[in-house]
Design a protein. Sequence first.
Length: 472
Amino acid sequence: MLQVTPRRRGLLAITAGCLAVVAAATTALDDAVPAHVPPGAVASPDDAVVALYQDGVEILADGSVRPLPAGSGVTYLAGSRVVDPGGPGAVAGRPLADPGPDAGLRGAVLARAETSAAWLAGGRLPGAGTRFAALGESALLDLRALVLDGGAAVAGIEPHWRYVWPRDASFAAVALARTGHVGDAVEVLEFLASVQHDDGTFEARYLPDASGVPDDRAAQADGAGWALWAVDEVVAATARDDGPASAPSAAEVRARLSGLTTRSTDAVLALVATPDGLPPASPDYWEVSAPELTLGTAAPLLAGLEASSRTHAAWHDDAGAERAAAGAARLRTGIETTFGSAGYPREISGGPSDAATAFALPPFQPTPLRGADDAWRASVTDMLRPAGGLAPGGSWRRDGISWTPQTALYALTAASTGDRDQALHWLGWIDEHRTASGAIPEKVLADGSPAAVAPLAWTSALVVIALDELDR
């Protein structure tokens, strides 16, 4: 999850060992950077140094999840995030999942890994049969580990990320649904329904026990839009006949998610019931105050209304479908007239581009907004950072740090719009910058070192969805 305010952790040295590139080379794909991706930005003495707070996650015999210290480089039991008892017994002086002489505990550890492997086998592995098979499996297993009991999809296990952002949770639900784990996806969305306000709006983030919010951070209007997009993806996954027999039926999905859908649709329609069809300003994924409307708020709300129209149509609710479609048409016109005429900048008044340009394209919109594809391609130049990844936008601080959520977002958009070469480029970059234990970090420093929290739910979900798009 993006945090603009620097963490008060000090500038610690990166302790991670060499990066592990775990992907299996099972296909011969071109690794060359596509011609439309500019060369990397130049490193600067002002480049920031951020610690790698954790190397990955470990699932214990009792099912609880804890972080691995930076530089762990552990080996997991097949198909799981359970550390191999026969592997390293300690990291940084702290014992890992070593059952010791207790045969019962050893059996519990192995049983936990077997349960995970069975879960993995019960769905579809994104990127199977390609050089990204290991990346896809790792991202999906990390995502599963970040979905706690009760469907709380936390952004990360480290305390400062151990919250549920509606945006991140929605992407997690889509990734789970697309890989055949529809039941898990529904639980994630049910958690969102349980914390949603009666008027359909969401706070910025929630405590994982659904007891409330952790602070007085301002609400973010995009949450209702992302929830609607996720519901539509779950409904579409339910309609496919290639899922496990245990998956909930279409009728059950509707019964469990109709309240979330109705409230969220009402909330978005209320926001865009303005003369120009545009919502008011709201903080977005940048997690900062927003004195004026941003594309990062407007485009997700449009995606939500488009998705709501499809969901209501699938549920044979013609009136609901038409109502959402009418709101979407007005909002689309408003975005194209304002943001589009200026080249899709971050803010409605103009200025530098933003990674939210991707939200104006598939898979979030059924058809690209007018001029959005050109703007999306052009945005890479200002967002590129020295290590080869992307920053959240052209006006983001020049600290040399690449952000994996935005880089993975561009991989997804490229895959969804048919630009396979660029999708492979961005996915390859992410694969090359994982931690020693194979997790995708939130950030990558100018020298290529992984930094901040690992894994991050949003990035893991984006990678899974991007690989699924390439598989189609």
